[in-house]
Design a protein. Structure first.
Length: 434
């Protein structure tokens, strides 16, 4: 059963932080294995990539069969039933609409000194999209990764997705069709990250890699950062539900298990201001688990990683939520808007009893690729910004240069950088003499 904590208990915060830290520690063994795979693929290209694919995915590919033919992508779309095509289009349309509103504008202005300043936004030239596979197929992840990149204007999108036993879920390919992706490779794991970062004879390298994966994928992304950009290091999924006593316990149970069913390492958390209600929700979770099809995954997640916290009031619940900095935060309370203002650390916030996290996973609009393991305290979910670069613009005319040159020269000399100072001085001398 989930761990039950009370904020009034002695050492509560220390205990909570210890529980959270225990799940966020990276495995030395995983890091070493990922490092070996990265080095092998970087040195041996397709040969290493194909070897690891055969070892881990139990499928023997060749350089010619790594890439999914475009006709197979189109065929997967046609094979989907009408209702499935409709909901994929609905989700894609909402994701596109949301992310179009994220697009920043260029700016150029002239300040009082006569200096023109500003910035411009340009997309990265290429991006690699990692789509997880294995325990479940995630066509939604295709849309959530690809559409923000396309809105940002990335010219080349290369998608990698593992194909255990050689099989690719047609829904994943159908989602790729909707998102406009035609470059897809049937590889996964750390070896896929290596191929995207370093390139092989078949897969050209990219400049940025995004998308969640297993522990080896996360370790590989961490290690290639610097060679390429990455979105974040995504850990197991997590959900934090803050609820008052007026919520339906069965609704909350379903919400908590909606993330628990992702992975045995996922973390479901409930914070409420009533000890009696906390026990009611725990009982509802146990009841729901008895009939849940993916209980073999959700039960270990709930029993080993679940936390139920009794807070003295909802204000304290928000303070605890900021310590946890969860990926998903549901506010199942009477006045969610007021409580939302108190929460500063969250990947995404779902306001009200009729906004389950699953809405955000599929059809709401914002990308569901979100920071985990407390990183919501300093980072954001995937968006168009992840595929854009901001370049500063600076232009001095004679008057602007005259306004700033003396101060610049003094600061450069103060730092002992004489060439910096000279580059200003020679212009000042020239300007005066002319």
């Amino acid at each position: 059963m989930a761990r039950l904590l009370n904020s009034l208990d002695k050492g509560f915060e220390k205990t909570l932080r210890a529980l959270l830290a225990a799940k966020s520690e990276s495995s030395t063994e995983v890091n070493e294995i990922a490092a070996g795979i990265l080095a092998d693929v970087a040195q041996n290209g397709d040969a290493a990539l194909l070897r690891y694919t055969e070892k881990f995915d139990k499928v023997k590919l060749t350089a010619k069969t790594l890439r999914v033919p475009e006709q197979d992508i189109a065929a997967a779309w046609k094979s989907c039933v009408k209702d499935t095509r409709a909901v994929l289009k609905l989700a894609a349309g909402r994701i596109e609409s949301y992310h179009k509103r994220q697009m920043p504008e260029d700016l150029l202005y002239e300040d009082k000194a006569g200096v023109k300043l500003g910035w411009k936004w340009t997309p990265v030239d290429s991006a690699g999209l990692y789509v997880p596979g294995g325990k479940a197929a995630y066509p939604s992840s295709v849309l959530m990764n690809a559409i923000p990149a396309r809105i940002a204007g990335v010219p080349r999108l290369a998608m990698v997705v593992p194909a255990p036993g050689g099989e690719l879920n047609p829904l994943v390919l159908a989602a790729a069709h909707v998102a406009g992706i035609t470059e897809i490779y049937r590889v996964g794991g750390a070896q896929a990250i290596a191929a995207l970062a370093y390139g092989t004879e078949t897969i050209a390298p990219v400049l940025k890699i995004v998308g969640p994966g297993n522990a080896y994928v996360s370790a590989a992304k961490r290690q290639v950062f610097g060679k390429v950009g990455i979105d974040m290091i995504a850990g197991p999924s997590e959900i934090l539900v803050i609820s008052d006593v007026e919520s339906n316990p069965e609704w909350l149970a379903a919400d908590l298990l909606s993330q628990a069913e992702h992975d045995e390492a996922a973390r479901p958390i409930l914070i409420t201001d009533s000890a009696a209600f906390a026990k009611t929700v725990i009982a509802a979770v146990e009841k729901t688990l008895r009939t849940l099809p993916r209980a073999n995954i959700a039960a270990p997640s709930w029993n080993n990683n679940g936390i139920v916290i009794v807070a003295k009031d909802l204000q304290e619940a928000a303070e605890i939520a900021n310590i946890i900095a969860a990926e998903h935060v549901e506010l199942c309370v009477k006045n969610p808007a007021a409580l939302e203002k108190r929460i500063t650390n969250a990947g995404a916030i779902f306001l009200g009893r009729h906004t389950p996290e699953a809405i955000g996973d599929y059809t709401a609009g914002p990308s569901h690729v979100l920071p985990t393991a407390g990183s919501a305290a300093f980072s954001s979910g995937l968006g168009v910004y992840d595929f854009l670069k901001r370049t500063s613009l600076i232009q001095c005319g004679k008057s602007g240069f005259a306004e700033l040159s003396e101060a610049t020269e003094l600061l450069a000399n103060a730092e002992g950088l004489q060439a910096h100072a000279l580059s200003v001085k020679v212009r000042r001398t020239y300007s005066v003499s002319k």
